[in-house]
Write a protein that binds this ligand. Structure first.
Ligand SMILES: [Fe+2]
Ligand SMILES: [Fe+2]
Length: 190
């Protein structure tokens, strides 16, 4: 799928609460946030990057913990491992990006390259993993994974309404990426 609009259209065809539906909606939002980070200036650019970091922490960690075990059985071991590896690499790039000055020429160059790798990764998931999940899992299993995914969404403002300054969500979003990932992992293991 080559755009956020197409991802939202595909998502809308699936049942409410289905894990693939939620993941497709998150992919669309990730694309929108990359566009915001690239086009915004000053403080707004920083805020868009914080939102993107938070959504990526939720999305990629939840995929690793909820989706991958099922994908190993449906899409195959090799496919699941390749996606886990890409997510691991993305985490390292994010850890470097968050140390850079925003706005800055180096940041702009790195974010463009990072966007390309995140989108390539998401398109692989959409082409291989998501169809295999929908094929190989029962509707009940897809709904159960969706329910767990939704738990982690509560941690981060993945929807476009602004977060109140000083709220726990706002504080969480400005912390380091690695600690966001830890929080998502804790929420999913408890
Ligand atoms: Fe992913
Ligand atoms: Fe994804």
């Amino acid at each position: 799928m080559s755009s956020a609009t197409m991802e939202r259209q595909e998502a809308a065809k699936l049942p409410e609460g289905d894990v693939v539906r939620i993941l497709l909606e998150q992919h669309a939002r990730i694309r929108d946030l990359f566009a915001d980070v690239k086009s915004a200036q000053g403080e707004q650019k920083k805020q868009a990057f914080d939102q993107l970091r938070a959504l990526l922490a939720v999305h990629e960690t939840a995929e690793e913990m909820i989706v991958r075990p099922a994908a190993k059985k449906t899409a195959g071991e090799k496919e699941a491992e390749a996606r886990n590896r890409e997510e691991e690499e993305a985490n390292q790039v994010l850890a470097e990006l968050e140390k850079m000055d925003i706005p800055g020429a180096e940041f702009d160059a790195r974010i463009a390259a990072f966007e390309k790798s995140v989108i390539d990764h998401a398109e692989h998931e959409e082409q291989e993993e998501f169809p295999a999940l929908r094929e190989g899992c029962t509707e009940d299993e897809l709904q159960r994974m969706g329910t767990r995914l939704k738990l982690t969404e509560k941690l981060a403002p993945t929807h476009p309404h602004p977060t109140a300054a000083g709220s726990p969500a706002a504080q969480w979003m400005t912390g380091p990426f690695a600690s966001m990932v830890d929080r998502v992992k804790d929420a999913l293991s408890s």
